[in-house]
Design a protein around this ligand. Structure first.
Ligand SMILES: [Fe+2]
Length: 182
């Protein structure tokens, strides 16, 4: 597969087609409401070991252990501009087609109030392709707007916090190790 390096300071598309997105989506929508737990303003469904993640995740896990979960955003909900508190990097896979926008802004500054602050700015969109994993730089301000369908996203929380594992480090290691090819 072609390696795409556009906007690589914000996100990177892993050149691999996931075989598990459909199955994980089926697990997500079949899970009862009480299986979902609060997680940084999302609702999250912890992944069970027997749910069969793509096999390359084992290779990643050996080097950088993580917990994986599916996060959901309800229809017509946004997740405001923020920088992740703990994670330096995420690995994301969108599980269902839905109209939603994931945007990054490297220069984001929050004003003290609307009339004092930066109420406009420029952004770069991460357009999730189906069945495609992305490394995402969670230390650049980002936001998500979700429209009329519940949005399900597989994501990971590395045991190493942002001071131990950065986006640039994981990107470099990924390009060297190419876990998905093994
Ligand atoms: Fe985030």
């Amino acid at each position: 597969m072609e390696i795409v390096m556009g906007n690589v300071d914000l996100y990177w598309e892993i050149p691999y087609v996931s075989e598990n997105a459909k199955l994980l989506y089926a697990r997500a929508i079949a899970s009862p409401e009480n299986a979902w737990v609060p997680y940084y303003n999302f609702k999250a469904l912890p992944i069970h070991e027997d749910w069969g993640l793509d096999s390359w995740w084992n290779n990643l896990y050996k080097v950088h252990p993580f917990r994986a979960g599916i996060v959901k955003l309800d229809p017509n909900v946004y997740y405001d501009w923020h920088i992740d508190t703990d994670r330096g990097v995420g690995v994301n896979l969108l599980l269902n087609p839905c109209k939603s926008y994931c945007l990054f802004n490297k220069d984001f500054k929050r004003g003290k109030s609307l009339d004092q602050g930066n109420v406009t700015g420029s952004f770069v969109e991460l357009q999730y392709k189906p069945n495609t994993y992305y490394l995402v730089n969670t230390q650049v301000a980002h936001t998500v707007y979700n429209f009329d369908t519940t949005r399900y996203l597989l994501t990971v929380d590395f045991e190493e916090y942002k001071d131990k594992l950065t986006y640039n480090q994981l990107l470099k290691e990924s390009l060297e190790a190419r876990w998905w090819e093994k």
